[in-house]
Design a protein around this ligand. Structure first.
Ligand SMILES: C[S@@+](CC[C@H](N)C(=O)[O-])C[C@H]1O[C@@H](n2cnc3c(N)ncnc32)[C@H](O)[C@@H]1O
Length: 404
């Protein structure tokens, strides 16, 4: 029987140094990457074309393997860069001093009227007024003291993101982020003092966990993996990744509190635009755009694909288009990837199947077909873990090889 294996999910990363800095629910565990690398001969260059929070790159850096990571989301690219830098002792000291100065400045003066708040919808649902104000004060001070991007500022911003989510009403009981049922009760102690103290503690913890330095630099690129990855020397001889699943999960939606605070999103429309660029994105205008989207003659030759789309379309035309677009995007990815890889390169893709109404989408079998279609060999499917949502949903490890 296939088990749920929480140790193969983001849960395993919690509390494990840099891996636990921010939670990305669809992240996989560092253990998966270690297990894949442990069974391989010497690898020269790993590529992760859907890098998310950078788990692959951090494991590679710790093992001394050069890696290139690609993601389309600018916030995740910033975060992964920050997470994989080798900070000097002096920089970490500056981060701790910076936090002290921020806290001292805030304690010394009452909040001003001109504080900036992020234009996130229903901000009051996210943070009650008092908390919102402290967050705005910290952000204001942080930017005042560090006007330009530096590694020190980046680390302080990660601690700020931790605070943003910790003091929000966000709840993680579901696969996607939602709100806690009830507003959190006021504390016995004054909220501003508690939050400022918490910020200090988070910075202490962050700098302590940044201490062990990655052995190799990680190259992080913001790009669309439907296109070929940047040329590399040495050539990529291994791909380890977990692409988005066709399950209507929106990374922008998940990450919006951070993205609004840090200025990666300035208005709701932008969120939909970004999600439309992402494979499998489905938030806001990304969904309505599907109404007008056409496959333009491109097709998936997997047997039964058309029938599967028709079965979904019987319930929802738009979801059927969503699934079709998803797989065409992945086909484009595989086709453009091949010529950038070294002969004999190994590929490892972790992906989950999905279900729309009563139609199961055999994502793993369709991937195997797409990989073969794009010219990869020795394609294998291994069932990795059961997901806890519906009983027929699993995660799979697909492996394949580039012809020598
Ligand atoms: C399942 S997550 C990867 C999680 C990652 N393994 C980790 O441990 O954090 C998939 C990622 O693919 C990215 N993505 C979606 N469409 C993309 C595209 N066209 N090009 C590059 N990245 C894309 C999303 O932003 C998301 O971060």
């Amino acid at each position: 029987m296939t088990k749920q294996r929480a140790d193969f999910t983001f849960r395993y990363n919690r509390g494990r140094g840099r891996y636990g800095w921010l939670r990305l629910t669809p992240a996989y565990s560092l253990k998966v990457v270690h297990q894949i690398l442990a069974q391989l001969p010497k690898i020269n260059h790993v590529l992760d074309p859907f890098a998310g929070s950078g788990t692959t790159g951090l494991v590679c850096a710790e093992r001394g393997i050069p890696s290139t990571l690609i993601d389309i989301n600018p916030f995740l690219v910033w975060f992964t860069r920050t997470k994989t830098v080798a900070y000097t002792a002096a920089q970490l000291e500056q981060v701790r001093n910076g936090a002290e100065q921020i806290v001292r400045s805030i304690a010394a003066q009452p909040p001003t009227d001109d504080l900036w708040y992020p234009p996130i919808r229903n901000i009051h649902r996210w943070w009650p007024e008092e908390r919102r104000q402290v967050l705005a004060q910290i952000y204001h001070e942080l930017r005042r003291q560090f006007p330009r991007p530096t590694p020190v500022k980046d680390l302080l911003l990660v601690a700020f993101c931790q605070l943003v989510i910790h003091w929000s009403n966000a709840s993680f009981n579901h696969q996607s982020m939602s709100f806690k049922a009830e507003a959190v009760q006021p504390n016995l102690f004054a909220t501003p003092q508690l939050m400022l103290q918490h910020f200090r503690e988070m910075v202490q913890q962050l700098t302590a966990t940044a201490e062990p330095r990655p052995r190799t630099p990680v190259h992080v690129v913001q790009a669309d993996s439907r296109h070929a990855p940047p040329p590399a020397q040495p050539a990529y001889d291994c791909v380890i990744t977990s692409p988005p699943y066709p399950n209507r999960m929106s990374y922008i939606r998940e990450l919006r509190p951070y993205m609004y605070w840090l200025g990666y999103l300035k208005e709701a429309r932008e969120a939909g635009e970004l999600d439309w660029q992402a494979i499998g994105g489905t938030w806001g205008i990304a969904t309505s755009r599907l109404n007008h989207w056409q496959p333009n003659g491109k097709r998936i030759s997997y047997p039964g694909f058309k029938d599967m789309l028709s079965a979904i379309a019987a319930h929802s035309e738009i979801l059927s288009k969503y699934v079709q677009r998803y797989f065409l995007d992945m086909l484009t990815h595989f086709q453009n990837l091949r010529s950038s890889l070294a002969g004999g390169a190994r590929l490892y893709y972790i992906v989950g199947n999905s279900k729309f109404y009563d139609t199961l989408v055999p994502v793993e079998a369709i991937y195997a077909h797409l990989m073969q279609d794009a010219g990869f060999e020795n394609v294998k499917i291994e069932r990795l873990r059961k997901r806890n949502s519906k009983k027929e949903l699993f995660e799979f490890l697909l492996s394949a090889q580039c012809p020598s």
